[in-house]
Each structure stands twice: as C-alpha cells, then as structure tokens.
Ligand binder design. Structure first.
Ligand SMILES: [Zn+2]
Ligand SMILES: [Zn+2]
Length: 311
C-alpha cells in the first residue's frame, strides 16, 4: 500500500503537490499512516529492525545471484538446478525489495509528520532548481515505468546547476544489463505538476537561489570544509562497513557506497556513490554509480547522513 497520493522520497519530500495546501497534504498522510498503524503495521523502531534483517538477507541473495551470473558468463550456460535456483532467488529479491520499499514509505511518512511545522511548498523555477536537484538524488517512491520498474529523476549530468528543464524521468531498467543490451531505456519529461514540491525548507541551502548556491561553492575555503566533512563521512561509513542512507541501487536495493576518485580535478569531481556490487574496470559488476557533481547532491548527502548540510 502507499501512504501518498503523490510521489515521495526518503528525505520526506513530496512531488506533484500543486493544488493542495500543506495542512491538507499532511492530514491525508496522517490518516493513511494511522490506518496502517491500526492494521498492525510496523512503524518507528520496529520497521527499522525489520528492514535491517531484510537488508542482510538481500545482500546474501544478491551475492548468490552475482555468483550464478558470473558462473553463467564464464561457462556460457548453467545446469538446470542452477537456473531454477537463480529464478527462486530473483523472486525472493523482488519480495524483499517490495517490503523494503514499504518500509521506506513508512519512514518518509514519519519524516513528513515530524517536520510538519517546517514544510512548505516550493514551485521549482530557475531560482529554486537546486531544491529539485537536492531531492532528485534520493530514491523516489511511487514513479513506475510502463515496464514496471521504478523511474528515477535524472538531469543533464554535465551541468553543475541544472535548470528546471534539464530534468527528466529515466527508467532504472537502463542499469539492468540483459543479453540484448539495456533492459529499458524509456525516459519521460516532467509533468507540470512534478515541479510542485512540498519539502522541509529549513535547510539553509534553500534560502539562497540556485545561482547564489553555485557561487558559494566556488569559494576555496568553503570547498575545503565540505571536502573534509565528506572525507570524514566516508571514513566513518567505511569503518562501519555501511552504505549511505540516502540512496539505494535500483537493481540490487542495497545502500550505495560513498567512494572517492584517486585523481580528481576538484570537489565536484572527487566523489561518487557506487552499488556495493560495482567493480572498478570490471564489466561483471553492477553498472550503477551516481557521480556527485553538484553542491545540491553533496548537501543532500551530508544532511541525510550527518544531520547538517553544507551551509
Ligand atoms: Zn522501463
Ligand atoms: Zn547494483
């Protein structure tokens, strides 16, 4: 079930909120949430605990699928029992992904209900496009392609500060390799309503315009502080062998790992997120990576993982 008649993400932002007042939207989320609790649905710590064990199982399932896939690629074929096992594992993974998706919705609903007093509507335009980029980066809940896979908000990656028209929906089947190439390459333009967000606007990054935000990030003092914080986060996550809370691989459902390039030309070229099954220079790994090429992404990452953005 879904709590939302709108698209949502793990940061507790809703997309497509144009006509409704914030209180109307929050009331509707609260009603759905209360009904879910009334039916005995797991919330708060209980849903977090359930998710943890499902994620552990998901990692095992993915590892075994990767193992079978590599065996099939090196041998050219699999035995019947291996093919059946592969199919079973895929079905189990779909079930786990569905359950984890539900848990993300619960968490997003809780975030919305907790932050009601600072929620505001943002109509995305030239001045506020960084707010959309900030949110585009997190897993989107509720947008599905014709092929049944989730779609992800994308933007033209060569731009540090993308304008409102540079965003589009891309099917996550793009990252699924099949014998005949990418599983799905569908893209869709944003609907007018997609530009209406309801989000926690207390983040200082949102009090400046997209352009001003871009200028702030050119200051060497600021970029040094941000780089230090991202490096600290990376060591901390690596020590705990953890991925980032903000984003998961659309294929494997596991939390993305924060990585640093060995030779980079500056802050906006230094970091990327990769699926735990990604392997450098190896086609057999998962191809899903997310380059961290904008201040909005770094702000969303730091805010989500450490509680404080970059301004
Ligand atoms: Zn698709
Ligand atoms: Zn992956």
């Amino acid at each position: 079930m879904s709590f939302f008649s709108w698209l949502a993400n793990g940061l507790g932002t809703l997309l497509g909120v144009v006509a409704d007042a914030v209180t109307t939207v929050v009331d509707s989320v609260r009603r759905a949430y209360d009904a879910y609790v009334g039916r005995g649905g797991a919330v708060q710590q209980a849903v977090a605990d359930e998710s943890r064990s499902k994620k552990e199982r998901l990692r095992e399932v993915n590892d075994e699928i990767m193992h079978l896939r590599n065996r099939s690629m090196s041998r050219g074929e699999l035995a019947d029992h291996e093919r059946r096992r592969w199919q079973q594992l895929r079905e189990e993974r779909d079930e786990l992904l569905g359950a984890l998706q539900q848990a993300k919705e619960v968490k997003a609903a809780e975030k919305i209900l907790d932050s009601e007093s600072v929620l505001e509507k943002v109509e995305v335009d030239l001045e506020t496009s960084h707010v959309l980029q900030y949110n585009a980066f997190a897993d989107t809940l509720g947008k599905t392609c014709q092929c049944g896979r989730p779609m992800k908000l994308q933007w033209r990656r060569e731009l540090n500060v993308a304008g409102p028209r540079d965003f589009y929906w891309g099917c996550t089947g793009w990252y699924v390799q099949t014998g005949r190439g990418k599983a799905c390459t569908r893209t869709e333009p944003l609907q007018r309503s997609d530009y209406g967000l309801m989000t926690d606007t207390s983040a200082p990054e949102f009090s400046v315009t997209a352009e001003e935000f871009g200028v702030i990030l050119e200051d060497p003092g600021t970029t040094n502080i941000i780089a230090t914080r991202v490096n600290d986060l990376r060591s901390d996550l690596a020590a705990r062998r953890q991925g980032v809370e903000l984003a998961t691989c659309p294929v494997h459902g596991e939390h993305m790992v924060l990585r640093k390039k060995s030779n980079s030309s500056g802050l906006l070229d230094a970091y990327f997120l990769a699926c735990p099954h990604w392997q450098p220079n190896n086609e057999q790994g998962c191809p899903f990576i997310e380059k961290l090429k904008s201040g909005s992404q770094l702000a969303a990452l730091l805010k989500s993982e450490t509680g404080r953005g970059i301004l």
